[in-house]
Design a binder for this molecule. Sequence first.
Ligand SMILES: NC(=O)c1ccc[n+]([C@@H]2O[C@H](COP(=O)([O-])OP(=O)(O)OC[C@H]3O[C@@H](n4cnc5c(N)ncnc54)[C@H](OP(=O)(O)O)[C@@H]3O)[C@@H](O)[C@H]2O)c1
Length: 321
Amino acid sequence: MKALVLWGLKEPLVYQDFTDPILAGDEVIVELKAAALNRRDFYITRGMYPGIVFPAVLGSDGAGMYKDREVVLYPAADWGGDPACQSSAFKILGMPDHGCFARQIGIRYHYLFNKPAHLTMQQAAALPLAGLTAYRALFTRARLQPGEKVLVSGIGGGVALQAFQFAHALGCEVYVTSGDAGKIEKAKEMGAMGGANYRDEDFARQLKGMAGGFDVIIDSAGGEGFAKFLDVINPGGRIVVYGGTAGKIPNLSPQRLFWKQASILGSTMGTVEEFKKMLDFISEHRIVPVVDSVYKLEDGNQAIEKLGKGGQFGKIVLEIE
Ligand SMILES: NC(=O)c1ccc[n+]([C@@H]2O[C@H](COP(=O)([O-])OP(=O)(O)OC[C@H]3O[C@@H](n4cnc5c(N)ncnc54)[C@H](OP(=O)(O)O)[C@@H]3O)[C@@H](O)[C@H]2O)c1
């Protein structure tokens, strides 16, 4: 089969003939029609990820055909029996196991789910990792309730945009941050109440002026700006962290945290049950994930380069013929 293969660190992916999937246990073959990129794929190609093995077929997000059934794939494996956290065997699809940047994938049958009927293959492929991460962060970890005020940081990110769509569909008042004024405007067009540029020294003050405060904050960055979330979190509020794009968190005031009775919660991807609930939520609210751009599988290096530059709004998708 044709696949995009990574043979070494900081090398381009090679579009080539590659070994067909070898099935074990209850694995089946899915003919992939679309895949999507995640920040993880970029980090792996740049050698910024632990435990990289070669050759690797990357890609955690995929949608395609199993026989005559349209399916979308759970983007991980072996969560384990505890819904509170993943087991030590947990792994994300696409390295070390071969992922979705290929014409076919061998995957366990119980990781296949029906594609939401209102989505195209490309839209469905944009969902799995980002949708699952956003769903668990908002609903399982933050226990988001309709009508709450929510701040989603870095709205250009795949998970962030999905979190925005979920919270908005639930009937929350959602505000955003971004490093790009144009992305804040796009979010407003989609229903965001307002936003501020996280590069502005006073972004938290701006947000406080607009919203008063937030019951829930969803963040992928950490870094210098994170401590300011304690200025805008409401008493009893929940801050969920699922990424560390901007690095370690300095200057966090323990006094502000405990006096506000606020919680800082970590979150990573989610269980098979959460994935199923996420797909049901998408179908119920007829949510369409935002696709920034579509590349052919063979042009995967251009897609990775675009992700690296960070100008996207929504998911970068690979079309697989
Ligand atoms: N724990 C998990 O399960 C999990 C799952 C998925 C991703 N992640 C991690 O979460 C992060 C985001 O992943 P993704 O795939 O959603 O990313 P992505 O689509 O590559 O987007 C990254 C976004 O981060 C935002 N950003 C950059 N610097 C920021 C800052 N200082 N403050 C706030 N936002 C900032 C940017 O938003 P603007 O463009 O709006 O400026 C950018 O678009 C990555 O670190 C990734 O490894 C973790």
